[in-house]
Design a protein around this ligand. Sequence first.
Ligand code: AMP
Length: 214
Amino acid sequence: MKIIMLGAPGAGKGTQAKRIAEKWQIPHISTGDIFRANIKNGTELGKEAKQYMDQGLLVPDELTVKILLDRVAQKDCENGYVLDGFPRTIPQAEVLDKELAKLEDAIDFAINVDVPDENIVNRMGGRRACLSCGATYHVQFAAPSKEGICDKCQSELVLREDDQPETVKKRLGVYHEQTQPLIEYYTKKGILKSVDGTQDMEEVFLSIVKILGE
Ligand code: AMP
């Protein structure tokens, strides 16, 4: 099963993508995570991506598409995957569809986790990330057992540069302008399913399970 998660930054699509990946035993592929891993390892790709990410802008399609296509071509993706944060523009979606069509394949579902902007700004201020292992928390909704410390690797948790309030507003603008048109794109293809992302995490997951089938 090949699934795309859509939604504004902070809508909770990453959390849901992880749950889906676990339940259906398919890889969770987050382009944001791939970029962050590259930044951490000091690669050329990381250096270039960081300039855009820190400003709340999208990394150019040329860079993003290549890393995503390389990733989905790996063996563990044979039985499907859940994409989190890709595509974020119409051209990215078109390239993905074209590549899949060459293999006589296609995306099965695009799940839109719908959350109004007001809720997003409040939520993002509470996000905390571990820059060592990539785990994410929320001070209110998914707190670590010890404040400010990662449960998984005991490193210090931080508010990511791109989760700072001013950057969040910029990212929301970018979302509406460049990513939201994908809702219409996948609606036209007949594979868009929306869930109410303001429900609690468990409810959102149950709604998604209903859509995907047990
Ligand atoms: P995320 O963790 O998905 O919120 O992504 C963090 C940042 O990585 C975004 O704000 C973008 O700067 C960049 N990024 C992630 N995925 C993409 C994508 N598909 N296209 C362009 N930029 C992306």
